[in-house]
Design a protein around this ligand. Structure first.
Ligand code: M6R
Length: 605
């Protein structure tokens, strides 16, 4: 996790770095810092807390008007507590360095450097890298960084400066993201594109092992083999508005309301309504001859995978396993050339999902990623990729990425069903019609936000929630509970309705809020029984169901969604649950976009 920014150029280093760090706060926010070079001297300011806390301490800089060179960091602690000493940048002699990732062999290198007389201030693995660069430094920062990274095991994105080379910025990456921005006489390094988008749209996605050196003469990128490489830039076309709050109080709120647009864009990228067909990038499905599919992901993306399994098995008749990435990699999974492994990841940088993808390659499986971030590690390493078009998701709680992941899995199941001869063209065409109606129906659900916010005002003080769903809506129960937990810190459990009688029913007591997801689908009657079981034990039932459902009269609260084909309900039922979590967290005064202990992109194992 952690976010890094580097700048070399026209004298606005401080402004650009602070601005970039604000946009990277989603990656970590327990401490932050900047290092700038002025009059041949390093100046460093750090602070515990968020970027706004760092800004309050900027007075400590010497007051120079224009800084031409600098680096900055926002931290999510891995090694060492979140205090000022452990905050980045780490300084070693003339060197200052920021790091995102984990250095696995840092203790060994630290011991070696201590024996050579080096002293350490912090408990971090990152300071070891700074000291190692210093160890190799003989006036050429690029060379010293190259020697240092040859010693490192683990993951890193680094930006490094030296007060002895006030016109040089260097950086490198391995398994942690780093992009290079090309401006007019200005250069930027950052953990992701939105951090520097206000300053340039020309972006180079650096590859693993790339080393980059920037000076007033330009940029040189050296690849893994030590030879100069030509990495073409991409012109970023999406607007900055997508990465800003646009009048909403929080990114999460904005992203919830963007979902109809995100879904429409993703559908639009792959569906031809005229042809009644789906077109994925050429060759992604081949002949569809897989004996098995493994969906692998973490968190909310794992919930999307759980929903996707129903569709793929039903429509393409291929057995599907769904795996939590960290568990998958822990147990030497059985894979072969007949298995298609699909890693699903919004960020494309989640360490466990990336590791699962690599295991899949080692074992000879085929791979096809579902990712939201273009050029991310998972997108690049997989043999094929289907991108979602959610746009940048900034709120730590995933919302719009989730619905776009689901729609890709749905379209994938239809296409695979067609390719394998399990579905007729006619089946696909009426199902696509239903899919195309989803964005409008989502708008309709979101238009009832006031009902949800009223409910949130009544329930925000509650300690526990239970979420029940069956079949396609069991993963939605899990997702509703996860959303509430992560942003409001309220304990919530998601359960399959049928399992309630095997344990969780004991939790039900007078007034316990139970969110029952019961659209009129093949398991509706069974959910009705669950609702009655909860009511008879005094639980407070919040029903998510189709408009006009007669159960409305028998429950405490009713959150309606418009009727839709029974296999597509998750796209609608998840929306009131996202809104409920959002309004409860906001009412409680929680930091909705940056909940405690979390980070958007989990690049540690
Ligand atoms: O970027 P990814 O989709 O790989 O992220 C996976 C999880 O870390 C993520 O979904 C997480 O659970 C969210 N905070 C949930 O809202």
């Amino acid at each position: 996790m952690c976010g890094i920014v580097g700048y070399l150029g026209k004298g606005r280093a401080l402004e650009v770095i602070l601005d970039g760090l604000r946009r990277l706060e989603y990656r970590g926010y327990d401490s932050a810092g900047v290092a700038l070079v002025a009059s041949g001297k390093l100046q460093v300011v750090k602070s515990v807390g968020k970027i706004r806390d760092l800004e309050r301490r900027i007075w400590a800089l010497s007051g120079e008007e224009a800084y031409h060179l600098g680096i900055g960091h926002t931290r999510w602690a891995t090694h060492g507590r979140p205090n000022e000493t452990n905050a980045h940048p780490h300084v070693a002699g003339p060197i200052a360095l920021v790091h995102n990732g984990i250095i696995e062999n840092y203790l060994e290198i630290r011991k070696e450097l201590e024996l050579a007389g080096y002293t350490f201030q912090s408990d971090t693995d990152s300071e070891v890298v700074a000291q190692l660069v210093r160890f190799y430094y003989q006036g050429d920062l690029f060379q010293a960084m190259g020697k240092a990274i040859d010693r490192l095991e683990g993951s890193y994105a680094l930006a490094v400066i030296s007060e002895e080379e006030p016109q040089v910025l260097v950086g490198t990456r391995k398994d942690s993201p780093l992009v290079l921005g090309l401006g007019e006489g200005e250069y930027f390094l950052a953990s992701d594109v939105p951090a520097i988008l206000p300053y340039t749209r020309r972006i180079v996605l650096l590859e693993n092992w790339d080393r980059v050196v920037v000076n007033p003469q330009g940029v040189v990128v050296v690849g893994a083999d030590g030879k100069k490489v030509d990495r073409p830039f991409q012109e970023i076309t999406w607007s900055m508005a997508l990465a800003e709050k646009a009048g909403y109080k929080h990114f999460m709120q904005k992203e919830i309301f963007e979902q109809p647009r995100a879904l429409a864009d993703t559908i639009g990228a792959y569906v031809s309504p005229a042809k009644g067909d789906i077109f994925f990038p050429e060759g992604e499905l081949g002949e569809g001859v897989f004996s098995r599919i493994v969906l692998v992901a973490c968190g909310t993306s794992w919930h999307a995978a759980l929903v996707g399994r129903f569709w793929i098995e039903a429509q393409a008749r291929v057995p599907v396993d769904v795996e939590v990435a960290s568990e998958f990699r822990a147990r030497n999974p059985i894979l072969d050339g007949g298995t298609l492994v699909i890693p699903i990841s919004q960020s494309g940088e989640t360490a466990d999902t990336l590791a699962a993808l690599r295991i899949a390659h080692e074992k000879g499986a085929r791979t096809l990623a579902v990712c939201n971030v273009v050029g991310s590690s998972i997108a690049r390493e997989a043999q094929g990729v289907i991108y979602s078009y959610a746009g940048p998701e900034i709120g730590v709680a995933s919302t719009k990425a989730f619905v776009t992941q689901m729609v890709i899995l749905y379209l994938f199941s239809l296409k695979l069903g067609l390719v394998r001869g399990m579905l007729e063209r006619g089946d696909v065409s009426w199902r696509l019609k239903e899919v195309l109606s989803l964005p409008r129906k989502m708008e309709e659900v979101l238009s009832h936000e006031e009902d949800v916010s009223t409910l949130a005002r009544e329930l925000y003080h509650v300690q526990d929630f239970l979420y029940l769903g069956r079949w396609l809506n069991y993963p939605i129960a899990l997702e509703g509970a996860l959303k509430l937990k992560e942003i409001s810190y309220i304990h919530a459990e998601g359960y399959p309705g049928g399992e309630m009688k095997h344990g969780p029913i004991a939790l039900i007591e007078e007034g316990l809020p139970v969110v029952a997801i019961a659209p009129r689908d093949v398991v509706y009657e069974k959910m009705v029984s669950n609702v009655e079981e909860v009511r008879s034990r005094g639980g407070q039932v919040i029903l998510v169901g189709f408009s006009g459902d007669p159960l409305e009269q028998r429950v405490d609260r009713f959150l309606e969604v418009p009727p839709v084909d029974g296999t597509l309900t998750p796209f609608l039922t998840v929306l009131p649950l996202q809104l409920l979590a959002y309004y409860i967290a906001d009412k409680k005064g929680c930091d909705v976009d940056q909940p405690r202990n979390l980070a958007k992109s989990v690049t540690v194992e």
